[in-house]
Ligand binder design. Structure first.
Ligand code: SF4
Ligand code: SF4
Length: 265
C-alpha cells in the first residue's frame, strides 16, 4: 500500500499501528498457494509517480495511459480527484498486468501500493507549515493471503527498502502532503471544479502539464529561475515536484517564493 490514502479498504481486522522498527513475519514468492490472489478484485489507487513510470514502461502518453488503464475517482474526505487502476472485465476482476503463472508483468514498475503490501500507511494528523506529518504503518491481514505463514521476518524499514518505496514516497511526498493538508481543512473549504481539474492535470497527466507550462503564458506570468526552467524541461520527476509546489502555492497560499508573479511595469 502507498502514501497516505492507499489503505486497502478491505482490511479485515482493525490495524495495529507500527513504526519503522516494528517487526512482522511475511514472504511472497511464486511457491505460495495464493500466488497472484492479491492482484484481483482490488481497489488500487495510483500515485503520480506510479503513472509516470507505468506510462513510460508501456510507451504511452499520460493521456493514453489514463484512458486505457485508470478510472477517475473522488477522494471523499479530501474532495480531491484521484485515479485507480481499471481492472479487467473477467470473472475475477483481474489487474490488467497479472499473469497466472508469472505474476506481475510490470514488476520493476509496479505501483507503490503493490510494493507496500502487506503494509498500509496512515497519517495521524497534518501538523504544520513544515509539512511534518505523523505517519504510521499497519499490517493488512487478508484471509486470501498466506504470506504471513512464511518464516521470513522484516522490520517495516527493511521492507520499505527492499520494495523500493522510500524513493517513491520521496517523489510523491508533495502530492501526499496536499491530500493530507486538504483533508485537515474544514469541509466548508470547497475547491472549484477548475482547481480540481488543475490538480488532476498536474498530478496525473504530466504530458498535459508540460504543455501547460511550456506552451501557455505560464512562464510569462511567473518569474521562475532559468536553471529551474531547464531542469523541469528535461526531467519529468522534477516537473512533477515543481507541479506539487505550484499546487501548494495555489491551493494553500504557502511556499509562493518560487512563484513570484512577474512585474509587468
Ligand atoms: S500491478 Fe502487478 S503487483 Fe500490482 S496488482 Fe497488478 S499484477 Fe499485481
Ligand atoms: S496474497 Fe499475499 S502471499 Fe499471496 S501472492 Fe499476494 S501478497 Fe503474496
Amino acid at each position: 500500500m502507498s502514501n497516505t490514502e492507499n489503505q486497502n479498504l478491505t482490511s479485515e481486522i482493525p490495524p495495529e499501528q507500527m513504526g519503522f522498527n516494528s517487526r512482522f513475519q511475511f514472504e511472497c514468492h511464486k511457491g505460495v498457494k495464493c500466488f497472484t490472489n492479491c492482484c484481483r478484485g482490488i481497489s488500487l489507487m495510483l500515485t503520480p509517480y506510479d503513472i509516470l513510470t507505468m506510462k513510460n514502461r508501456l510507451k504511452l502518453t499520460s493521456e493514453e495511459f489514463l484512458a486505457i488503464y485508470t478510472k477517475p475517482e473522488l477522494l471523499e474526505k479530501a474532495d480531491l480527484p484521484v485515479v485507480t487502476l481499471k481492472l479487467l472485465d473477467d470473472d475475477k476482476e483481474s489487474c490488467p498486468f497479472v499473469h497466472d503463472t508469472d505474476g506481475c508483468t510490470i514488476y520493476e514498475d509496479r505501483p507503490t501500493t503493490c510494493r507496500y503490501y502487506p503494509l498500509g500507511v496512515g497519517s495521524l494528523s497534518y501538523a504544520n507549515e513544515l509539512d511534518e506529518k505523523e505517519e504510521f504503518f499497519f499490517q493488512i491481514k487478508e484471509s486470501h493471503c498466506f504470506g504471513f505463514e512464511e518464516k521470513k521476518e522484516w522490520t517495516v524499514a527493511e521492507w520499505r527498502q527492499d520494495q523500493g518505496v522510500d524513493l517513491r514516497d520521496e517523489i510523491n511526498e508533495g502530492w501526499a502532503n496536499l491530500i493530507v493538508r486538504k483533508k485537515s481543512l474544514p469541509p466548508s473549504m470547497i475547491l472549484s471544479e477548475e482547481t480540481k481539474k488543475m490538480f488532476f492535470m498536474v498530478c496525473y497527466n504530466i504530458d498535459k502539464f508540460k504543455q501547460f507550462v511550456f506552451e501557455s503564458s505560464f512562464l510569462e506570468r511567473y518569474d521562475i529561475e532559468d536553471e529551474l526552467i531547464e531542469k523541469i524541461k528535461q526531467d519529468e520527476i522534477e516537473l512533477l515536484k515543481f507541479g506539487f509546489d505550484w499546487l501548494k502555492a495555489m491551493l494553500f497560499d504557502t511556499g509562493q517564493e518560487k512563484f513570484r508573479v512577474k512585474d509587468k511595469s
